[in-house]
Design a protein. Sequence first.
Length: 335
Amino acid sequence: RNVKRQMACRSDINSFNAPFLAVFESLIPADEEKVKQKQLMMLLEKHVSKEWPEARLHVYGSCANSFGFSKSDIDVCLAMELGNIDKSEILLKLADILQSDNLQNVQALTRARVPIVKLKDPVTGISCDICVNNVLAVVNTKLLRDYAQIDVRLRQLAFIIKHWAKSRGVNETYQGTLSSYAYVLMCIHFLQQRRPAILPCLQGMEITYFTIVDNVECAYFDQVEKLQNFGLRNGESIAQLVWAFFHYWAYCHDYANDVISVRTGSTLSKRAKDWTRRVGNDRHLICIEDPFEVSHDLGRVVDKYSIRVLREEFERAAEIMQYDHNPCVTLFEPY
Ligand code: CTP
Ligand code: MG
């Protein structure tokens, strides 16, 4: 590994910029899709406000964080005061209301880890998951969207990494690999580490946005329009960054000792977080600190089998970026 750690990037790397950008462009949702999502949201809002006038609907996840592909499902959060009513009751009621408005496949999954109502809108063909009071997800969605505004290379890189992860079958949390959310945080961390840095650490700056959700303080600098020039001192191209991203996760990250932390713009030690031992199902084989729920390791789904799969995939991708004559195709070959 040490030998590879010294590896210099291939000299023809920039000839792959145009093909990588073409991959990115091909995944961006069209404007009509955004219009359809808004239509479905308006329909849902109509039903919700009739039943619960005080409640609010928020879109979170890929449709709102600017890392969504074309044809993504919409993630929606119903935010309301529950008092002593439980979430399942609300979800069953919601399913009932929506069922009667010729939406398709309305299903309340009240026993899931995150209980939701699932549905499909026959008019737009869009599927949608609605959860109750997952407000931290709404706030971390804003954080990701704000980071994406600072430098276009984040969105380009994250689209390419998500597309790679989906093509290679390593974007399946129920199989022990990582969520899209985790991959985007890995991209942000990586761009914070470039020298000169391409992204700042928003949670280490003056606080312009503050909220407390579920007893968690969420505070950071959100006036990102003032940071438009932040990454300009670094001229790395998208192909160089894709190469360096895989090189980093294949050969440079210290899996045994380090935690990546977007919150601090740096890495922390597993020891400092007490993430050195297996506790219950949390094995901490790859550690990614949630930016707000700091006791939450997004790598906790990874087990001793899937960590091998992941690391082999990072190494495969690094080799392709180094040697393959057509990396923009080979990288995304189905497994
Ligand atoms: N989320 C979270 N904690 C997790 C996983 C997800 O808070 N461990 C929240 C985040 O707000 C994230 C949203 O749930 O934006 C959706 O997660 P995910 O499906 O991983 O990301 P998407 O951006 O929706 O990606 P995809 O296009 O693959 O659906
Ligand atoms: Mg999603």
